[in-house]
Design a protein around this ligand. Structure first.
Ligand code: 13P
Ligand code: SF4
Length: 302
């Protein structure tokens, strides 16, 4: 493994490339990554970087977002089959139907969506800034897509905003039920339960903390507690176990795995750097329209 890691590091330097990795990636990806984090943090890095090439160890919508923000850079997704099941739940036509059935209401688009969908929305959000973004609109009603769970969690938190949601979800998180949390409480009565807001709102409401992948990691960092139940994808649990060996972690279910996030390997990253294949391309009109949606978010969430 050392050989391949060294080759990747050398090529990165030679080609002025950076590697952005989401916290759900296979943990060995961190050995070559320049930045590891949640979707907001990674899109901020894509905006700031002076690199010529961005290798995105994540899923398609993340690499596409990097390209929308940094069109002059070469953005590469090492495994082109790494999609997002939630982003695939809404296409352009479904988006237009949703919009037309609720006219004149601002539309918030979760970053887990395609550029074509973002291009039709007013403002983007991620799981770490969804509350802030919806609040920033100062509207009594908003449309929210594609994640119904995140949208309803925001509505419950804000009290004074009606959030009309599209019927999408992340199957990995949507699988978790109230029973899972209640059982975890019984089995680990001293543990803090940390939940990603892509879970059903009735599940999130039972957590000690609800937040994005980076939010969960930061919560552990700042907490005095010594036991935690992790209610998100296994990559977060793996990194917490690595970084906090004195604390104890329990993954809510063994099957908390996003298959797409696990597709990318070190070999594919090396191949991406050597051959520069799997580059992300975008129609310029769609790029500009989706850029507006993301840029508005980045202005609110600095
Ligand atoms: P984060 O915003 O926490 O990175 O979440 C992205 C994601 O796809 C969660 O399933
Ligand atoms: Fe998409 Fe769910 Fe995988 Fe996140 S965990 S990338 S929302 S399928």
């Amino acid at each position: 493994m050392k050989k391949i890691i060294d080759k990747i590091k050398n090529l990165k330097e030679k080609k002025n490339a950076i590697i952005l990795a989401h916290s759900y990636q296979n943990i060995e990806i961190d050995t070559v990554a320049d930045f590891v984090g949640d979707s907001l943090y990674l899109s901020q890095q894509a905006q700031k970087t002076n690199a010529d090439i961005i290798i995105f160890a994540g899923v398609y919508f993340m690499a596409q977002t990097a390209k929308i923000i940094s069109p002059e850079k070469k953005v590469i997704l090492p495994n082109i089959n790494a999609g997002c099941l939630m982003a695939d739940m809404i296409d352009h036509k479904q988006m237009i139907n949703f919009k037309n059935s609720h006219p004149n209401i601002p539309i918030v688009c979760y970053i887990n969506s395609t550029a074509e969908v973002k291009a039709e929305c007013d403002i983007c959000c991620t799981s770490s800034n969804a509350l802030e973004i919806v609040k920033s609109l100062n509207s009594g009603k908003v449309l929210f897509l594609p994640d119904a769970n995140l949208g309803k969690w925001v509505e419950n938190k804000l009290n004074n905003v009606e959030v009309i949601t599209y019927n999408g979800n992340c199957p990995v998180h949507n699988n978790i039920n109230i029973d899972d949390i209640q059982n975890a409480r019984k089995q680990h009565p001293n543990a803090q339960i940390l939940i990603h807001p892509e879970c059903k709102p009735e599940v999130s409401s039972l957590g000690d903390y609800v937040g994005s992948t980076s939010g969960i990691i930061n919560y552990v960092k700042n907490s005095q507690a010594s036991q935690f139940v992790i209610v998100t994808e296994k990559g977060v649990y793996d990194r917490l176990k690595r970084d906090y060996p004195d604390k104890e972690f329990f993954l809510i279910r063994n099957n908390m795995i996003c298959d797409s996030m696990k597709l990318t390997s070190l070999e594919e990253i090396l191949d991406a750097l050597e051959n520069e294949t799997n580059e992300i391309h975008l129609d310029e009109k769609i790029r500009k329209a989706s850029f507006n949606c993301i840029e508005r978010m980045l202005k609110v969430s600095k």
